[in-house]
Design a protein around this ligand. Structure first.
Ligand SMILES: [Ca+2]
Ligand SMILES: [Ca+2]
Ligand SMILES: [Ca+2]
Ligand SMILES: [Ca+2]
Length: 372
């Protein structure tokens, strides 16, 4: 699915969401969690089927082998009393859905740690600006407008720490180049132009060099170009793949090897390929898994060992294939049964224990399923 068709589906969905809810803003609404949970996933199902239908109808997606998925029972929710406990044991499942906020996102939802306390915050792009609702570890707090007024992003806003102070910064690009609005911890500063370039295919921001600062990664017709962050700007570009590459619909840049450098991850009909970062280039493709993703592919560290795991959203649920540093291990169904996300699932560490949590939203609000 191309970015554009994906965003068309987003657009359609948001229109439906708008019509359905009458008015979408950030407003609290309390309801019984267990009832709402059931309701929540029912409501999102229709929207999600739209995406699945659109995805499956694309000529680009031939029938392919999938991770062998077993018939899974319906999700059995354990008692809500199970609370996050600090533990060095790797996570093996996602817990009960917890409603962390009753609001929604008018333009787009993002989750990143902009306050710098190690917990991913809820970032709602609304017509009035970029609103941040800081994570307390067990919920999202009051919203504040961090841009003070309306902003627009080409097709996507980015929130990554390019300055290297532990707070994710707001990154936007337009025809003039790449703009950085550094996080102060309580707002975004004035826009700084860090690059005059653009991205022919797609823009990414991830720390490929391993110095703690997210770098500008431009997917261009000639390959994957990396412009390392100095903390106050982006250096000259270098072609890290040496030649053209293609990604199904999206390239991924996450640290699957666990050395602190974001690796290039791509998938095709043959499986999932990891091209480890050397700090100055991406090395030869290594096939880490033969499967693919029925609904969506994600790469984040949900087990908590510092290596990004392969997360396959399939019809039967969210399957996790933990990274061993040199491959992806056997899959396990972390949700126990099917789940749906409005248009995208999110995997970010909202609780702050080092394990990325499963975050979804629907008409009722934002739901967090902590990795445990
Ligand atoms: Ca920062
Ligand atoms: Ca870097
Ligand atoms: Ca790496
Ligand atoms: Ca977590």
């Amino acid at each position: 699915m191309t970015n554009y068709s994906k965003y068309h589906i987003f657009a359609v969905f948001f229109i439906l969401l708008f019509l359905a809810s009458g008015c979408i803003t950030i407003n609290e609404k309390d309801s019984n969690v267990s009832e709402a949970t059931q309701m929540a996933f029912e409501l999102t199902k229709m929207a999600f089927e739209m995406e699945v239908n659109a995805a499956t109808s694309e000529a680009m997606q031939p029938a392919q082998e999938q991770p062998a998925v077993q018939e899974a029972p319906q999700v059995q929710q354990p008692p809500a009393a199970q609370v996050q406990a600090p533990s060095i044991a790797p996570a093996t499942s996602f817990g009960v859905p917890q409603k962390w906020h009753g609001g929604s996102c008018n333009v787009a939802c993002y989750f990143a740690d902009v306050t710098g306390d190690g917990k991913a915050d809820f970032i709602a792009h609304d017509n009035g600006g970029i609103f941040v609702l800081p994570s307390t570890g067990t919920g999202f707090g009051q919203h504040t407008n961090w841009t003070g007024g309306p902003v627009s992003c080409n097709n996507e806003c980015y929130f990554e720490d390019v300055t290297g102070d532990g707070k994710a910064d707001f990154i936007a690009y337009d025809n003039d180049g790449i703009w950085i609005l550094p996080s102060t911890g309580s707002s975004f500063g004035t826009p700084e132009k860090w690059s005059g370039g653009a991205c022919n295919v797609a823009c990414y921001f991830a720390d490929a060099t391993g110095d703690g600062k997210a770098d500008f990664i431009a997917h261009d017709n000639g390959g994957i170009f990396v412009m390392p962050s100095t903390g106050t700007g982006f250096e000259t570009h270098t072609n890290w793949t040496g030649g053209p590459v293609s990604c199904n619909n999206e390239c991924y840049f996450e640290d699957a090897t666990g050395d602190g450098k974001a690796d290039f991850i791509a998938y095709d009909n043959d499986g999932i390929w990891v091209l480890p970062s050397t700090g100055s280039s991406f090395s030869a493709p290594e096939k880490w898994h033969g499967g693919r993703c029925n609904v969506g592919c994600y790469f984040e560290d949900v087990t908590g060992n510092g290596k990004a795991d392969f997360i396959a959203h399939d019809n039967g649920g969210i399957f996790v294939l933990p990274s061993t540093g040199i491959g992806f291990a056997l899959h396990t169904n972390w949700t126990g049964g099917p789940v749906s996300c409005n248009n995208e699932c999110y995997f970010e560490d909202a609780t702050g224990d080092g394990k990325a949590d499963f975050i979804a939203y629907d008409n009722d609000g934002i739901w967090v399923l902590p990795a445990q």
